[in-house]
Design a protein around this ligand. Structure first.
Ligand SMILES: NC(=O)c1ccc[n+]([C@@H]2O[C@H](COP(=O)([O-])OP(=O)(O)OC[C@H]3O[C@@H](n4cnc5c(N)ncnc54)[C@H](O)[C@@H]3O)[C@@H](O)[C@H]2O)c1
Length: 288
């Protein structure tokens, strides 16, 4: 259902790889709400994924850009303004990748070249997007920029590895840049801390199925879906949230403020008759 919340607004959406991607749902909802969009992803993702199909569906084009490459970002913003016919009103940063997670490196045995890559792709790219936009004066006054985060930025989660550090940095960049851009141009910058969601990036996290189930049982409202995340993004891109900035906003059914729920406790009790030998995990990593 459309309420024309984004009528006349121009947006850039990073990170739509396939229909499971959170960015894919956000792009669809933004279009439904009256926005005109540019879809972007890395050139290799554009070749291998389904990003072009999304652009066709939304009557627009894909501009390839590696979000860690400032030249690519310059080109992206300049071309987007040309194609859409003016400055940009909203940007979604929906980007995450950790070679340490992909190669199953343990957190106490990180490859530091991989760590550099994790931080660059998953966090510093957000700074690069903002710095490029500001230098080009590419965002309209009262524009809105949103990046997607995860609660592992604040609390330790088994298996999230160096992505936890990347998310902590991402949220810090939202605050630091939010101050600057807010004062100068009234641009607001926030992160949304989303529930675990079944996507290509999400499924790469160790023990993801169990994490999904645990979060579902812990959250009074249940896990938030990708579609619900898209709805929340629309509110942040709209003029209804003009004074919300520099925030990390939990969109997780209440998970982040829970200690223990009855549903999770009951499930735990069912397993109590069986000693899991938790000091001897199957993969040999103690205290994983
Ligand atoms: N899925 C979850 O459980 C979950 C939970 C909380 C937050 N998030 C965050 O949501 C965001 C989107 O992830 P998703 O779950 O939709 O998975 P996804 O795999 O569909 O999206 C990740 C995207 O990042 C893109 N990307 C990777 N490297 C890039 C680069 N250098 N430049 C530009 N784009 C690049 C990929 O091509 C892909 O489109 C990520 O920031 C992720 O950490 C996901």
């Amino acid at each position: 259902m459309s309420n024309n919340l984004l009528k006349g607004k121009r947006g850039i959406i990073f990170g739509a790889l396939n229909p499971d991607s959170i960015a894919w749902k956000v792009a669809e909802r933004a279009y439904e709400e009256g926005a005109t969009l540019i879809i972007t992803n890395t050139p290799v993702a554009v070749r291998m994924g389904e990003t072009n199909d999304l652009a066709k569906k939304l009557n627009t084009v894909v501009i390839g850009a590696d979000a860690t490459n400032v030249d690519d970002l310059n080109n992206l913003f300049i071309k987007s303004m040309e194609i859409l016919g003016g400055k940009i009103d909203f940007v979604l940063h929906s980007i995450g990748m950790s070679p340490n997670v992909r190669k199953e490196r343990h957190y106490s045995d990180l490859d530091y070249n991989y760590l550099d890559k994790t931080l660059d792709v998953s966090a510093v790219s957000f700074h690069k997007v903002l710095q490029t936009a500001r230098k080009l004066d590419a965002l309209n006054e009262w524009g809105s920029v949103v990046a997607l985060s995860y609660v592992a930025a604040q609390r330790t989660f088994f298996g999230y590895n160096d992505m936890a550090d990347a998310k902590a940095l991402l949220e810090s960049i939202a605050r630091s840049f939010g101050y600057l851009y807010g004062r100068e141009r009234h641009v607001r910058i926030n992160t949304i801390s989303q529930s675990p969601t079944i996507t290509t990036a999400g499924s790469g996290v160790k023990g993801f199925d169990r994490l999904l189930d645990f979060a579902e049982r812990m959250s009074p409202l249940g896990n938030a879906t990708a579609e619900e995340c898209a709805d929340y993004c629309i509110t942040l891109f709209s003029d209804l949230t003009k004074k919300v900035t520099m925030q990390n906003l939990f969109h997780d059914g209440g998970f982040s403020n829970m200690g223990m729920s009855l549903r999770a406790l009951q499930q735990y009790e069912k397993g109590l008759h069986h000693n899991c030998n938790c000091d001897e995990p199957e993969d040999g990593h103690k205290y994983d």
